[in-house]
Design a protein. Structure first.
Length: 508
């Protein structure tokens, strides 16, 4: 199962019933696991952290945004934290098994849907940004709700990526993006009389004003205390303990001590282990020394791929050839994504940089599509099996059974046909990667092309066998004709890719 994390921030932290309604709207989507929900009265803000399969990620985030639009009116919202929307910020974060490209695809898909269906202007930020001046969330949110209300529609630099070129009257605007894991970390400096100290420390700390790389910081008054509020956007390069040490040092220069600190939401285990090891000066510390880590590794079981292979090998009829064809196609697209990733950003391939980045995003979308088709193919078979089990007597029951069988067989043919279409696209992308991608990965592009061709041909076999089972085979004539064309098209694309690989390798 390919999972992503999503950490939407909502402009409500004081009314539990509204927070619960938003959380329930997200949790209602199949596959969602809510990991954390943190609310702050002074910020008047709630951060919900959930993980979800890639295929359901857009639905889950959309549900939360829609509910926030329904229940939150920014005209009556006050709080310490900057905000421009009821659903203010919605980032996707890759977990093991997913990539940043997957998250960019999700962000853009969600943005298009929010803009179209909810009529909320959407600004893409961080890795999903379409403009360099929108990579930084602070730049996107500058002016907040009140400022954007006059800027959108008047300022050409504030035209949203999706949705209307006007502010939503109550829900404002939303920033949707893709980013690495972020740790929201606050350090307190005693009473509110130290607020200016907190602001001075934040200025010294944040990267935009000359401080630590990968740190964003503000000085705020929260619950009568001075707070240095931080977002640590890359804790591998700027660890949590380094941020704390600098806050402590800068505050001490003004005679102020740190009193306590807090994490909002979740934090990677590694970040806390590193901080603890540094504090007690452990030498040569490794996470492999942690008992619970070793126990988890021992009982975790096989990887998801191994589990899939085992389920195919069992005597159960699903997952079968259609699901395997989709899985093979997904592997093909994943290889294309890898080759594109090994090409983009390299000086040697600067002339094709933009094209390779686009290929990586397209391939990520195909991976997601085919991964979903693995399960859809098995579900289509289940519908066929259920239709055949319907009663065949009396005559009216037999007629209903016949109609159900026909409908199920057509559905079971259409799903692998969709797989074949996606595999054809994967083969096309493999050709681009083989012809223009990093020559050191040429063989990987070739393997992608061969897998895409195999996936397409395997899917088409499933189209044919389901059409062959129809009483009236003319109903599937159009499906068969498209399937035939897709095989020819995919094979031609695979040959093009292999020829490009052969030319690169230069051996007979």
């Amino acid at each position: 199962m390919r999972l992503v994390e999503c950490v939407p921030n909502f402009s409500e932290g004081r009314r539990p019933e509204i927070i619960a309604a938003i959380r329930d709207a997200i949790a209602a989507v199949e596959g969602v696991v809510i990991l954390d929900s943190s609310s702050d009265l002074s910020h008047n803000r709630t951060v919900i952290t959930f993980v979800v399969p890639v295929e359901q990620a857009v639905d889950a985030a959309f549900g939360g945004i829609r509910k926030a639009r329904e229940l939150i009116d920014l005209n009556h919202h006050t709080g310490e934290h900057p905000r421009m929307g009821a659903a203010d910020v919605v980032p996707f974060i890759p977990l093991e098994g997913t990539t940043m490209e997957d998250c960019i695809v999700l962000a853009r898909s969600l943005g298009e849907r929010v803009g179209r269906d909810l009529q909320i202007p959407v600004f893409l930020y961080e890795r999903a940004a379409t403009r360099s001046d929108r990579e930084n969330l602070a730049d996107v949110r500058r002016g907040e709700f009140e400022g954007l209300r006059t800027q959108i529609g008047q300022d050409a630099t504030r035209v949203p990526d999706f949705g209307p070129n006007r502010i939503h009257p109550t829900a404002g605007a939303v920033a949707i993006g893709a980013r690495p894991f972020l740790v929201a970390y606050n350090v307190y400096l005693g009473p509110a009389t130290n607020l200016q100290v907190a602001k001075d420390v934040a200025k010294a700390l944040r990267h935009s004003t000359g401080g630590l790389r990968y740190v964003k910081a503000l000085g705020l008054e929260v619950d009568g205390q001075a707070q240095v509020s931080m977002n640590l956007v890359d804790t591998e390069k700027t660890p949590l303990y380094r941020a704390f040490d600098m806050v402590k040092m800068e505050a001490a220069t003004q005679g102020v001590n740190t009193t306590w600190s807090e994490i909002v939401g979740l934090v990677p285990e590694r970040a806390l282990l590193e901080t603890a090891a540094r504090h007690v000066q452990l030498r040569n510390f490794s996470s492999e020394m942690v008992l619970e880590r070793r126990v988890r590794d021992a009982v975790q079981g096989g990887q998801s791929l191994s589990g899939f292979v085992s389920s195919v090998a069992s005597s159960a009829p699903v997952p079968g050839g259609g699901s395997v064809a989709a899985h093979v196609g997904a592997l093909a697209a994943a290889l294309v994504q890898m080759v594109a990733g090994l090409t983009a950003g390299k000086k040697k391939y600067a002339s094709v940089d933009a094209e390779m980045r686009a290929v990586a995003l397209d391939a990520a979308g195909v991976v997601t599509q085919l991964s979903a088709l693995v399960a859809r193919d098995a579900a289509a078979f289940a519908e066929v099996s259920a239709a055949y089990k319907m009663p065949n007597e009396p005559d009216d029951a037999a007629a209903r059974r016949k109609a159900a069988v026909t409908k199920a067989l057509l559905g079971a043919a259409e799903v692998p046909l969709e797989t074949a279409r996606a595999c054809a696209r994967a083969a096309e992308l493999a050709g681009v990667a083989a012809a223009k991608g990093n020559t050191n990965a040429a063989s990987d592009a070739g393997v992608a092309a061969l897998l895409a061709e195999a996936g397409c041909k395997g899917a088409v076999l499933n189209v044919r066998i389901n059409v062959a089972s129809l009483d009236d085979k003319s109903l599937g004539a159009g499906l068969l004709e498209e399937a035939k064309q897709l095989v020819a098209q995919t094979s031609a694309r695979a040959r093009f890719a292999i020829d490009a690989v052969d030319k690169t390798i230069g051996l007979p």
